[in-house]
Design a protein around this ligand. Structure first.
Ligand SMILES: Cc1cc2nc3c(=O)[nH]c(=O)nc-3n(C[C@H](O)[C@H](O)[C@H](O)COP(=O)(O)OP(=O)(O)OC[C@H]3O[C@@H](n4cnc5c(N)ncnc54)[C@H](O)[C@@H]3O)c2cc1C
Length: 392
């Protein structure tokens, strides 16, 4: 664990959004001795949709150093990458990685933060910059802070204060996703995927899967979950169809679990039978509540305006093939922590932080677009701004 106690010229920080991006910042800045407040519009523990995340070095480091959590105890190891062909044959190569769940990271961060600092069910309606700080409007209340951090995600409503040009665009394909309790899978199917990060690269499509922790980060065999992602091209009309739920409600850029329209679900199963190797097709069939997210491209040319910063997906939205979104959010926080700790002037620290994060964000953005193109994904249809739809 780290013990530090200084930051130049600021005492209080307000953070808009209490998902991973906001929580990484909150936990790190609280370690600096700052008075940190997080406002999160959703109530209770956010719905993690069971999502799996490749555990990357900055997240692992953050959990260990700032949260006192051993990441090995809440992540599932894989020893190999496994590549399938359409007929179900596979070959593998040695490559060790660890897989974690969104929920296990969120819980570790949330547990580290004093509950008085985290206000859920509170939407930030406006940010009003002052020369020496920012007024944060939450309902009828106004709270003045020395530094504000916008961590309200890809569909950010506050990004425009810093980077008006930064609204993400639809990349022309969606990720269908599914999560299955390990206990609900036949042993012979689990065995195919155990200890493996498995891929199938088809014609302008990709399917991948791996085991992740179960509830409360448990990694006990039998209590884990299988997590799969299937990238499928969809034009703007196709996206609308996929994300319009069984009740006819349009969700815009994502479809939550449990709401898939029967016809869309039937088509998903049909496509799985036609396009996927048998073990992966079976995973789709075993999934009760598939969900979906539009893939977005988002980049900004600034991450700082005066005393207001952008972090996480509110800044750069990078393609998930990079497996770097959570990693980038953690690195945003670690870099700010280090800059505030090491650089004596606030302006100098924020300038150094912005320079570093813009360079990394842009590099990841380009890398992700390149990976998508290599898979034949995201070459067209990138026409819709993410701001047009509800939050993913
Ligand atoms: C379902 C899902 C699956 C994912 N899978 C992966 C993965 O496999 N690998 C990976 O690296 N990353 C993945 N990510 C992305 C990763 O979690 C994010 O990149 C990372 O958490 C940083 O996101 P964020 O906190 O910046 O934004 P978000 O996670 O979008 O959070 C934004 C938060 O701000 C809140 N908010 C919005 N507006 C306001 C307001 N006005 N006032 C108060 N609160 C507000 C929202 O309720 C939300 O909690 C996934 C994300 C989701 C949601």
């Amino acid at each position: 664990m780290l013990t530090v106690t200084t930051a130049p010229g600021i005492a209080s920080v307000g953070i808009v959004g209490g998902s991973l991006g906001g929580l990484f910042q909150a936990v790190a800045l609280a370690e600096l001795g700052l008075d940190v407040t997080v406002w999160e519009r959703s109530v209770g523990r956010p719905d993690d949709r069971g999502a799996g995340i490749v555990l990357q070095p900055s997240v692992a480091w953050f959990l260990r150093m700032f949260c006192g959590v051993d990441p090995d105890l809440i992540s599932v190891p894989v020893t190999h990458r496994q590549f399938f062909s359409r007929d179900g044959q596979s070959h593998h190569t040695l490559m060790g990685q660890r897989m974690i769940s969104w929920g296990a990271i969120h819980t570790s961060l949330r547990d580290r933060l004093d509950s008085a600092r985290y206000h859920d069910g509170q939407r930030v309606t406006a940010l009003a910059p002052r020369p020496d700080g920012v007024d944060v409007h939450v309902g009828d209340a106004v709270r003045s802070v020395d530094l504000a951090i916008i961590a309200d995600g890809s569909a950010s409503r506050h990004r425009g204060l810093v980077a008006p040009e930064g609204a993400p665009r639809y990349a022309g394909y969606v990720a269908y996703r599914g999560v299955i309790d390990e206990a609900g899978l036949p042993e012979e199917l689990s065995e195919v995927f155990r200890n493996r990060f498995s891929f199938y690269d088809g014609d302008r499509t990709q399917f991948l899967c791996y085991f992740i922790p179960g509830d409360f980060g448990t990694i006990t065999p039998g209590k884990r979950r299988m997590n799969w992602v299937w990238y499928v091209r969809a034009d703007a009309a196709g996206l609308d169809r996929i994300t319009t739920d069984r009740n006819g409600t349009a969700h815009g850029l994502s479809l939550p679990p449990g709401l898939i329209a029967p016809q869309v679900h039937t088509e998903l199963l049909d496509h799985a039978r036609t396009l996927l190797p048998k073990p992966m097709r079976q995973l789709v069939e075993y999934t009760r509540e598939p969900f979906a997210q539009a893939i977005l491209d988002g980049r900004v040319s600034r991450m700082r305006g005066g005393r207001t910063l952008l972090t996480g997906d509110a800044a750069f939205v990078v393609r998930p093939h990079t497996a770097a979104s959570a990693e980038k959010a953690a690195a945003d926080a670690i870099t700010l922590f280090a800059a505030l700790q090491q650089i004596p002037s606030l302006d100098g620290a924020l300038r150094a932080w912005e320079k570093d994060r813009l360079a990394e964000g842009m590099a990841l953005y380009k890398h992700g677009v390149g990976l998508g193109h290599r898979l034949g994904l995201g070459t067209s249809e990138a026409t819709r701004t993410a701001a047009a739809g509800p939050a993913a």
